[in-house]
Design a protein around this ligand. Structure first.
Ligand SMILES: [Zn+2]
Length: 132
């Protein structure tokens, strides 16, 4: 997983990440969702608007790695910025029009210092549970 680009404008930030095809979905890595929930149990209470209408805890077992990254980033922002309320984000991709294995996380949050710290923490958490 690699952070390719970060664009901030107005109230929004767009983070472009690319993933390893073998680690593209959480279901490709044994125990990934279990390990992630152990490190960050707050994820259990996340609201998630996904196509299958699944709770996030079930969605996490088989979803795009970038989508899991989005939720962990939101949680880290909420931990770092107690004044942040109702932060939301979406994860999108279009491999027909854009590069393959690239995802765009669009987040309605613009405090650059908090975002930078939260991104770093999210990155570290993912690295700690990703098999090398
Ligand atoms: Zn979601």
């Amino acid at each position: 997983m690699k952070i390719q680009k970060i664009n901030c404008h107005n109230r929004n930030t767009i983070i472009c990440i690319s993933v390893d095809p073998k680690k593209q979905k959480t279901s490709q890595l044994p125990n990934f969702s279990k390990n992630l929930l152990e490190k960050m149990p707050q994820l259990e209470h996340h609201f998630c608007d996904n196509d299958e209408k699944r709770d996030f805890i079930h969605e996490l077992e088989d979803t795009e790695m970038a989508h899991a990254f989005e939720h962990v980033l939101l949680e880290n922002i909420a931990i770092n910025d107690k004044s942040a309320k109702c932060i939301s984000a979406t994860t999108e991709w279009n491999w027909q029009a854009g590069p393959r294995y690239y995802y765009w996380i669009n987040i309605n949050y613009d405090k650059k210092d908090v975002l930078k710290k939260s991104l770093h923490q999210t990155w570290q958490l993912f690295n700690s549970i990703m098999p090398k």
